[in-house]
Design a binder for this molecule. Structure first.
Ligand SMILES: C[S@@+](CC[C@H](N)C(=O)[O-])C[C@H]1O[C@@H](n2cnc3c(N)ncnc32)[C@H](O)[C@@H]1O
Length: 257
């Protein structure tokens, strides 16, 4: 189902960027580091890149700008965010393909296998929507879809240590205190979602979304340690996996296939 074409799609995408930046104050730096790493690992002209759990295509937009020759596959389960991305970015002049798929299902790899191999798979602020078993499965699939020598990069909040000890809590509290001190005017993520839900033209998309997230939205978020991600990537067949950037819990894990 598609919303009517007269919503101000670019504006909704801009508002998404602004509220995400507020929620993740180092988001832009993280994107920059991820793109720099792609260039270092894959080379200055990557061919195919997968934007996993793409939302409205925040990563894809930056990748297309940075690497004018790259082809993008943007995958997500949320019909609202995907439609905003589709309407705001279109098909990127033939370089961007949108795929609606749920990473919790066993079938999502088949939806993009024909578009592989990828030089890199990138994901930001998203994998905490999956539990440990689902993440292990995603990394196994990525080890098949990313070419040897290619990269996987995941940026999100990752616990610095196991929750049983003090360090995880200390790092989280400190990060939250620092983030709360960053002056930021503007819309929160919750206010963005409230405004989007109130937009009459999005009604059919939200009806679809409520079916997708039938167990509740936001789904219970799972925060795992960065060590868990490193180990899961190594076990999935990546030759190396390490945290390459970190600000307390805010981290980028990078793996080389
Ligand atoms: C906070 S948003 C981040 C979006 C984008 N990567 C960004 O940085 O702006 C989290 C994204 O994960 C997606 N997501 C959550 N669970 C998913 C699943 N099971 N399959 C695919 N995408 C999922 C959501 O739909 C949402 O677009």
């Amino acid at each position: 189902m598609r919303a009517k074409p007269d919503a101000n799609w670019a504006k909704w995408a801009e508002r998404w960027e602004a509220q995400q930046q507020r929620f993740w104050p180092r988001r832009e730096q993280r994107f920059q580091i991820m793109l720099d790493l792609v260039e270092e690992i894959v080379g200055p002209e990557p061919g195919r890149i997968l934007d996993l759990a793409c939302g409205p295509g925040s990563m894809s937009r930056r990748v297309m700008k940075r690497f004018p020759g790259a082809q993008l596959v943007a995958l997500d389960v949320d019909p609202v965010l995907m439609e905003i991305g589709r309407r705001a970015l279109g098909n990127g002049g033939g370089r961007l393909q949108w795929v609606g798929a749920d990473l919790r299902t066993p079938t999502w790899p088949e939806q993009i296998r024909a578009l592989a191999p990828f030089d890199a798979a990138l994901t930001s602020s998203a994998l905490h929507w999956l539990d440990a078993g689902e993440i292990v499965h995603v990394y196994r699939v990525l080890s098949e879809l990313v070419r040897p020598g290619g990269a996987v990069l995941n940026a999100e909040h990752l616990m610095v240590a196991r929750p049983a000890g003090r360090l995880a809590g200390v790092a989280k509290a400190l990060r939250q205190r620092i983030d709360a001190g960053e002056p930021f005017e503007g819309e929160t993520s919750a206010a963005w979602w409230e405004a989007a839900r109130a937009e009459p033209q999005f009604a059919p998309l939200f009806a679809e979304r409520d079916t997708v997230f039938s167990e509740g939205n936001p789904r219970r978020h799972v925060f795992l340690t960065s060590s868990f991600h490193e180990e899961a990537l190594s076990n999935a067949g990546f030759s190396e996996a390490a945290v390459v950037w970190r600000f307390l819990e805010d981290a980028v894990v990078c793996a080389i296939r």
